[in-house]
Design a protein around this ligand. Structure first.
Ligand SMILES: [Zn+2]
Length: 92
């Protein structure tokens, strides 16, 4: 079984919506980009998606943007998802 987790800029939109703020630029988007796939200690597969608008997705080729994007995703995972995922060793 695979569980999906989502990363987005905290804009106050309802957490259950199809639209969230892009992690790169905080514009509202429905576009998702697979950030990481991993296996939890429970053996469960996890896929972590980020909300990323089309222009930010294109910007991933830019080294500086990519670095900032990865930092933002890792911060989010550390702050918001690590307890849920029980992934401390894997991610931090
Ligand atoms: Zn964006």
């Amino acid at each position: 079984m695979t569980t999906r987790y989502y990363i987005f800029y905290d804009s106050g939109l309802p957490n259950v919506g199809w639209f969230q703020a892009c992690i790169g630029c905080d514009q509202v988007t429905s576009k998702l980009s697979l950030y990481k796939k991993t296996t939890l200690k429970t053996g469960e597969e996890a896929e972590i998606y980020s909300y990323l608008c089309i222009s930010c997705k294109n910007n991933l080729q830019d080294v500086v943007f990519l670095k900032n994007y990865e930092n933002a995703c890792n911060e989010y995972i550390k702050d918001r998802l690590s307890q849920t995922l029980r992934l401390h060793e894997t991610f931090v």
